[in-house]
Design a protein around this ligand. Structure first.
Ligand SMILES: *Cc1c(COP(=O)(O)O)cnc(C)c1O
Length: 419
């Protein structure tokens, strides 16, 4: 499998045992990893049970902290991201929350992008209550990250393409900065997915992915992942619990997140959902190609339309980080946002859409649109929205894989109806 490309690997890794370490039901010649629904695992010899508990031998004990179907998905994510290891969680938020709680302590400081997924903003706000100090800066400019660093800074957290305005962080320069300062660099890769971009290429130490979005695509299962790229030397991380500072330092980070995050907070995925996500991931590359193609066509059409005031899409030459997107990403993503001319009623326009679904999700195979200031970014209020560059009339579109002409017709019709 060594030289195989992305989709070939996704299709054959279960069968080749690369995701299951020989557990792919080889006796039945199954092409998929089996779904293990068992919560508990029993041992013939009590000494083996004890050795497994003590980490002296490999094995499963209780599915909150480990399950063979979930392990298969972990290997899948590690392969996708060209990482060293991964942990899977029930949701993307469980992955981010458990990681932050496992690694950060009272008095620690983090530097983060000002343009973040809304629930991550809310989560960080809650962590401030427990004494985590934080600076939010414009991460499209690495010098702002550098200026915000303090002696207590433990990590830098950014997203690849920001939602909903599609700003692109200065991923490469931030990676070099973190490497120079021995800081943990955490990149949320959800908006790009490992097919468009692999954050290990810019020296990210940890990668977060919401599996709910592009990786699954079908939107029938929630999931999240944290992948260790091996780029960060955990010996430099003061937040590793003294009791866990033993053995190979390369494993310290994920080990602490597994014990203090996944096991103790219990944001564990079910075996059925791990399987559903693995099935979705088989077609990630094909789906991303189709969705990015549709997004490019739609962005261009909207940019040329007199009823549209502004379009934000990294594939447009007018986008401030267009060159960065071209240099870093295989394609400019499948999410765009736009503002209508002032005289057009936002809800009236959205209500005209027939193919496009009015929905909050993103990364779905179906195209979804949402008026963000009135919904997902409503809670934070007008001041914070202005800080994030979110216009009160901004519409976010998560572009799906429908036939391009149906999508373009749908938007064209809705624009004429509402104008
Ligand atoms: C959706 C999303 C998350 C959270 O993932 P869930 O699976 O919904 O919990 C985190 N980060 C980004 C960028 C997202 O889009």
């Amino acid at each position: 499998m060594k030289d195989w490309h992305f989709t070939t690997r996704m299709l054959h890794l279960d069968r080749k045992g690369a995701s299951t370490k020989g557990d792919s039901d080889s006796k039945y010649l199954a092409t998929h990893a089996p779904i293990h629904t068992s919560v508990a695992f029993g041992y013939d010899d009590s000494a083996d049970l004890a050795a497994t508990f003590q980490g002296k031998q490999a094995g499963y004990l209780y599915s909150r902290q480990g399950n063979p179907t979930v392990t298969a998905l972990q290997h899948r994510l590690t392969q996708m991201e060209k990482g060293k290891g991964s942990l899977i969680f029930a949701t993307g938020m469980a992955a981010i929350g458990s990681t932050m709680l496992a690694l950060c302590s009272r008095g620690d400081h983090i530097v983060s992008s000002r343009f973040l997924f809304g629930n991550t903003v809310s989560l960080f706000g809650s962590l401030a209550k427990y004494g985590l100090k934080q600076s939010f800066v414009d991460a499209t400019d690495c010098s702002q990250i550098e200026a915000a660093l303090t002696a207590d800074t433990r990590l830098v957290f950014v997203e690849t393409i920001a939602n909903p305005r599609t700003q692109i962080a200065d991923l490469q320069a931030i990676g070099e900065l973190c490497r120079r300062r021995s800081l943990l660099y955490v990149v949320d890769n959800t908006m790009t997915s490992p097919w468009l971009f692999q954050p290990a290429s810019v020296s990210a130490g940890l990668i977060v992915n919401s599996l709910t979005k592009y990786i699954a695509g079908h939107s029938v299962a929630l999931g999240g992942a944290v992948t260790d790229t091996g780029c960060f030397d955990w010996q430099h991380f003061s937040g590793i619990d003294p009791a866990l500072r033993k053995g190979d330092p390369a494993l310290w980070g994920l080990n602490q997140i597994r014990k203090k995050g996944l096991r103790d907070f219990g944001g564990s995925i079910s075996a059925q959902h791990a399987h559903d996500i693995a099935i979705g991931s088989e077609t990630l590359a094909l789906r991303m190609q189709a969705a990015c193609h549709n997004a490019s066509m739609l962005a261009q059409m909207l940019a040329d339309h007199p009823a549209v005031r502004k379009v934000y899409y990294p594939g447009l030459a007018s986008h401030p980080q267009h060159d960065r997107a071209k240099a870093l990403f295989r394609q400019p993503g499948a999410l765009l946002s736009f503002e209508l001319q002032e005289k057009i009623d936002l809800h009236a326009f959205l209500n005209q859409l027939q193919v496009v679904i009015r929905s909050t999700n993103l990364g779905d195979n179906r195209t979804l649109a949402i008026p963000v200031a009135k919904t997902i970014y409503y809670e934070m209020g007008p001041e914070r929205r202005a800080e994030m560059g979110i216009d009160e009339g901004l519409i976010r579109v998560s572009v799906g894989i429908e036939d391009a002409s149906d999508l373009l017709d749908d938007f064209n019709n809705a624009l004429s109806q509402a104008s």
